[in-house]
Design a protein around this ligand. Structure first.
Ligand code: ATP
Length: 293
């Protein structure tokens, strides 16, 4: 049987504000989020070699969890149980991983969203985008955005999404050191911290709408950045390095530790990436350029 292929784009947060704690353990956020070109590829294939309804997760990267621990498994299971489906065959889910893990780029959520989208197509379930997003929010706060897959203002725990206008193509450098960050730990520490600076939402929305890249750069702001920086001072150093290029701004994405710089155009993005790769004394930076998909 032919495989169905879904692109699973990563996200970055241009702004991230945490505005409250919720009874369900999540936090209320207000965030401007963009899907970027960097993506995993998820392949879905029905397999008679598996038991009916069985889900097999395949991934070459040994760090990616197999079986139930993988969000793609949970996505397929949720769809089957939520809709009371009884497929006559099993489903094989192959993940080609390009998004760094536990990086603040929503890699797992992107893969889960790709599975919900893909199985909805493969099994002709006819679920609307909104229905998929509602289901997806049970898997994780970023899954609805990954299904939405357009620049958005996210509120609530991340599931209340409003499309936003972005003029032109934005270019980013993305970098991540060789350390992982536990999102829950960052939020726990955030709750004990005093916040010194918060995003300015309206000016940022205006700058995006006008394609004013320098202003976008100046307005990047993530309230979780001081927390992760405290745990990993290297995050601050990475940001300093990016700001030493022509990039007008840089910030951490999500709970980190990925840091991105916004560039004025493709040439400046590539030039900055080359400079950073050449100047880093230890090969700890992973740098890619990406556009909004
Ligand atoms: P979060 O903010 O939800 O932690 P993140 O973008 O920082 O997201 P992910 O790449 O989604 O990080 O990985 C977080 C954890 O999720 C990993 O450490 C891994 O154990 C688990 N995980 C489950 N499924 C996947 C998947 N398909 N790809 C990557 N990680 C996955």
């Amino acid at each position: 049987m032919a495989a169905l292929v879904e692109k699973a784009p990563a996200k970055i947060n241009l702004t991230l504000d945490v505005v409250g704690r919720r009874a369900d353990g999540y936090h209320d956020v207000v965030s401007i989020m963009l899907p970027i070109e960097l993506h995993d590829t998820v392949r879905l294939k029905e397999s008679r070699g598996l038991l009916p309804g069985e889900i097999m997760v395949v991934c070459e990267d040994p760090a990616v969890p197999r079986g139930r621990q993988n969000l793609v498994y949970q996505a397929a299971r949720l769809l089957m149980e939520g809709l009371n489906l009884k497929p006559g065959v099993g489903v094989e889910i192959t993940i080609e991983k390009s998004i760094p893990m536990a990086a603040g780029l929503a890699g797992g959520s992107a893969d889960a969203a790709a599975v919900l989208r893909g199985l909805n197509r493969m099994w002709k379930l006819g679920l609307s985008d909104r229905e998929l997003q509602k289901l997806g929010s049970r898997l994780g706060a970023d899954v609805p955005f990954c299904l939405f897959n357009r620049p958005a203002l996210a509120r609530g725990k991340g599931e209340v999404l409003t499309p936003i206008r972005v003029k032109g193509t934005l270019w980013f450098l993305l970098a991540k050191g060789p350390y992982v960050v536990a999102t829950a730990e960052v939020y726990r520490r955030y709750d004990q911290m005093e916040v010194k600076s918060r995003p300015r939402l309206i000016p940022m929305l205006q700058a995006l709408e006008e394609g004013a890249v320098s202003r976008v750069g100046a307005l990047l702001c993530n309230v979780l950045e001081p927390v992760t920086t405290h745990l990993y001072p290297q995050v601050k150093e990475l940001k300093r390095l990016i700001l030493s290029t022509k990039c007008p701004g840089a910030a951490m994405s999500g709970s980190g530790p990925s840091v991105f710089g916004v560039a004025r155009n493709e040439d400046e993005a590539r030039e900055a990436a080359d400079t950073l790769l050449a100047s880093a004394t230890t090969p700890i930076w992973q740098i890619v350029t990406c556009t909004i998909s």
